[in-house]
Design a protein around this ligand. Structure first.
Ligand SMILES: NC(=O)c1ccc[n+]([C@@H]2O[C@H](COP(=O)([O-])OP(=O)(O)OC[C@H]3O[C@@H](n4cnc5c(N)ncnc54)[C@H](OP(=O)(O)O)[C@@H]3O)[C@@H](O)[C@H]2O)c1
Length: 336
């Protein structure tokens, strides 16, 4: 790192997963902060699939598009190096919506910044105790409405959000089936994390396998993927089942965003389909952590971390989310 600040600039809207043509590493002078702002040295970047949506020009998305020419935004873990806000002092450790950069300029009055406790593995502030964990917890409870003894299906189950949803559902007393790409990920889900079964959607017929292992149907589908896979799952839903629509990564970078051909089953099976967006409930993060922290401390839930070193390698790491090259939470380490 130089004395300046490097940042990733959204120069154009990416085509598909060609991030390198659209997002450029730019260097600027060290930012100066205004009144009630904070400057943070980013230690870790959290790479999240949803960021792909804000890179598009879509105005009808769940978040306003990132303006072209501006810094790519995302979650960071970092240390305050300068503060003109009375609640923050140099040295504070924070998680925040910052920038894909060496340093983030933050405006605490807008929210989206949290002072952090020091815990054994700080990366869990992005995972079990962070936005992915809050998404999994609220999605299962309030949109999937899971109950002990139910069968829960989770897609992208070896990714950050899915791996937490799968484990949390087990803690809630459910029988959990995961869907993931590749035999290695599936073996990890059953052997290391104790899921009842895992389906390799790249090699197996998902519908046929579900029919065999969940003949009574799926009570809750925690969907991280969307796209064509739904046509294999809706016929396998139980009567009065719930689909908690967490994410649609199969179509974020596609022109064709059409829905399932088997949509009529929503009526035939009296299904409920509900989407949810975690920033709507970030303010409940600490309350949710009080419920999930004992699971983490007791070794009952955990996370895999897919770590890439160096800000300059961010785009390579980001591409993994869309190719399935990551296992668990994808992060970029900028400094210790
Ligand atoms: N609603 C919310 O507030 C919220 C919050 C957090 C995340 N999410 C959503 O949750 C999903 C996961 O996000 P994440 O950041 O935790 O990423 P992640 O699960 O760690 O990584 C994405 C995973 O998706 C799978 N995938 C990619 N393309 C796929 C496709 N076409 N078909 C099936 N699987 C595919 C890949 O695993 P395989 O190897 O298994 O293919 C990849 O590992 C995303 O849809 C994201 O938008 C939503």
């Amino acid at each position: 790192m130089t004395n300046g600040n490097r940042y990733w600039q959204l120069a154009a809207h990416p085509e598909g997963t060609d991030f390198a043509s659209a997002i450029k590493l730019v260097e600027e002078a060290m930012p100066t902060i205004g009144d009630r702002q904070v400057l943070v040295r980013n230690l870790w970047l959290s790479l999240d699939a949803g960021t792909r949506m804000w890179m598009t020009a879509r105005e009808d998305s769940y978040m306003a598009p990132t303006p072209l020419g501006s810094k790519v935004i995302g979650f960071v873990l970092g240390r305050v190096v300068a503060s003109r806000h009375p609640d923050y002092t140099a040295g504070d450790l924070v998680r925040a919506y910052g920038q894909w950069a060496d340093h983030s300029v933050l405006i605490p009055d807008l929210g989206d910044i949290w002072k952090l406790d020091t815990i054994v593995d700080m990366r869990q502030h992005f995972a079990v105790l962070g936005p992915n964990g809050w998404t999994a917890y609220v999605g299962l409870n309030e949109y999937g409405r899971v109950r002990p003894g139910e069968t829960v299906l989770v897609s992208a189950a070896a990714g950050a959000t899915g791996l937490l949803a799968a484990q949390f559902a087990m803690q809630m007393g459910c029988r959990v089936i995961g869907i993931a790409g590749g035999a290695g990920k599936c073996a990890m889900l059953t052997d290391r994390y104790g899921l009842a079964a895992a389906i390799d959607y790249k090699a197996e017929n998902v519908a046929a396998r579900l029919g065999a292992i969940a003949p009574g149907g799926i009570d809750c589908y925690f969907d991280c993927v969307g796209g064509p896979m739904l046509d294999q799952i809706l016929p396998n839903m139980a009567m009065n089942g719930r689909v908690a629509v967490c994410g649609l990564i199969a179509t974020y970078d596609k022109a064709d965003r059409s829905g399932p051909k088997t949509f009529d089953l929503v009526l035939m099976k009296r299904l409920t389909i509900a989407g949810f967006f975690s920033p709507d409930f970030y303010f409940r993060g600490e309350e949710i952590n009080r419920l999930t922290r004992p699971w983490l401390d007791g070794g009952r839930v955990d996370m895999e971390f897919d770590v890439t070193d160096g800000l300059e390698n961010t785009l390579t790491a980001y591409g993994k989310l869309f190719s399935g090259g990551n296992v668990g939470k994808t992060m970029v380490r900028l400094a210790d």
